[in-house]
Design a binder for this molecule. Structure first.
Ligand code: ADP
Length: 195
């Protein structure tokens, strides 16, 4: 298995780049944000609970997200690898992911982090909010709350993978294709190391 984490703040382009990466490398896309929005749309108990946190710009509790990831693994037993997008978002989630993959005699090959300045991020999110129908993208106060949660709870995940020598920063500003090329070269380098 070849597992990658696409890391970065809200609006850094993880969703856009994930779609291209899963096509190129034949990976299964695991976006916890998308999975949560599907639960909300289907009005499941998990979705109704998650919505309370998402609408305020807070993180959904770790045990809810980890349980959801675990059942997604069960549904994709023959995947040749996963691309994690928006997960792990806390150190506890990263530790749980490492353990779940260890049970499969597997691990994370690389963490690719998209670096984008905060003002650019806010502009992108407000712009996305005009068409996405995502209420968490229309209110600037909710967007700012997500950034503060990101710097307090999610940034430490970078250190977790730096210690494992798996963390790579990629410039996330420029054209979609240029960023995709930079991501692809970092992945190809990693594939060569692993093979
Ligand atoms: P973005 O990265 O643009 O904020 P996502 O679609 O990844 O968008 O996530 C939207 C919201 O869903 C987050 O603000 C958070 O409330 C919730 N969420 C998504 N993934 C996780 C996760 N791994 N842990 C906790 N909450 C999550």
């Amino acid at each position: 298995m070849f597992n990658l984490i696409l890391f970065g703040p809200p609006g850094s382009g993880k969703g856009t780049q994930s779609e291209k990466l899963v096509d190129k490398y034949g990976l299964v896309h695991l976006s916890t944000g998308n999975l949560l929005r599907e639960e909300i749309k289907s009005e499941t108990p998990l979705g109704l609970e998650a919505k309370k946190f998402i609408d305020k710009g807070q993180l959904v509790p770790d045990e809810v997200v980890i349980g959801m990831v675990d059942s997604y693994f069960d549904k994709h037993k023959d995947a040749r690898g996963f691309l994690f997008d928006g997960f792990p978002r806390t150190v506890a989630q990263a530790e749980a992911l490492d353990k779940l993959l260890e049970l499969k005699k597997n691990g994370i090959a690389a963490v690719l982090a998209l670096e984008v300045g905060e003002e650019e991020l806010i502009a992108r999110l407000l712009n996305r909010g005009k068409t996405s129908g995502r209420s968490d993208d229309t209110d600037e106060a909710v967007i700012r709350k997500r950034f503060s949660v990101y710097s307090q709870e999610t940034s430490p995940v970078a250190e977790h993978y730096r210690k494992q020598d798996k963390f790579h920063s990629i410039k996330g500003e420029g054209s979609v294709d240029a960023i995709f090329d930079a991501l692809s070269s970092a992945i190809d380098d990693r594939l060569n190391v692993n093979s």
